[in-house]
Design a protein around this ligand. Structure first.
Ligand code: ATP
Ligand code: MG
Length: 242
């Protein structure tokens, strides 16, 4: 079988190695190191953007098709090539939605864009605290999310799991205002969820959230990520590796 020469990156500790050679060969003499650079500048920006540590190595250059669901890389690639609109990634548990959103974030950070990552569950907690905690205002929670050039809002389905009705109505209205504000100012938002927009409309407190997202993620901006539960695979790999 003929092998092709590739250029790829691997992250080892706090350094990025750029290799050239036969990527799939177990014979490491068939690869040479083209460049070694520090991860520090990107890492600093990832910390600032609040990218969760487990997803900081997610990049297109290190993407491994065998560990992802079909079609996901094309979505990420397409978005990074033209990051202008908002997108909604939905699918069942463990399909790779957060990984895809973080790959987009890391690629954008690498291109000098300003990104902010936030999970809806943490945002709900912060909003609840702003009700009661001294020194935490609703504005201080929401303003950075309004201002971010790109906002990743992860696990929007958590809106439908909020059992506290008063807090839930309050939070939903704030999230709707946040989405509205970002839409009006033309700032892209990357949303992930376990629910389709139809399900979100049915289950979230405020059906206008799904409707607003449908409007923001214009034609071609709503993607279902299908396939297998990659979390199960990742755990199996860890067990195998001991
Ligand atoms: N392209 C990929 N390459 C390598 N690992 C991946 C990839 N996509 C997902 N994974 C791994 O699979 C697991 C599940 O992925 P992820 O957290 O993105 O799923 P999810 O769809 O966001 O799940 P949930 O609905 O529970 O939030 C994680 O451990 C993640 O690191
Ligand atoms: Mg997720």
């Amino acid at each position: 079988m003929s092998s092709t020469i590739q250029i790829w990156e691997e992250i080892l500790g706090d350094q990025v190695f750029v290799f050239r050679g036969e990527r799939d060969s177990s014979d490491h003499s068939k690869r040479t190191i083209v460049e070694i650079r520090s991860r520090a500048p990107l890492l600093k920006r990832q910390v600032g953007a609040r990218i969760p540590p487990a997803y900081r190595e997610a990049l297109l250059t290190t993407w491994d098709d065998s560990r992802s669901n079909p079609g996901t890389k094309a979505i990420v690639h397409g978005y990074v090539a033209s990051p202008v609109n908002s997108i909604y990634l939905y699918g069942e548990v463990g399909r790779g939605k957060t990984f895809a959103a973080c790959t987009i974030s890391n690629e954008l950070l690498q291109r000098g864009k300003a990104v902010r990552f936030e999970t809806v569950s943490e945002l709900l907690l912060d909003l609840r605290d702003s009700f009661t905690a001294e020194g935490v205002s609703e504005k201080s929670v929401l303003q950075p999310l309004r201002d971010a050039q790109f906002l990743i809002l992860d696990e929007l389905g958590d809106l439908a799991r909020n059992r506290d009705r008063t807090a839930s109505a309050f939070s939903s209205s704030r999230i709707l205002t946040l989405l509205d504000s970002r839409w009006r100012t033309g700032k892209p938002t990357i949303l992930t969820s376990n629910l389709s927009l139809d399900e979100l409309e049915k289950w979230a407190d405020d059906p206008r959230i799904a409707s607003r997202i449908g409007g923001m993620c214009t034609v071609g901006g709503v993607f279902e990520i299908e396939g297998r539960d990659l979390r199960v695979d990742a755990v199996a790999e860890e067990v195998e590796a001991g």
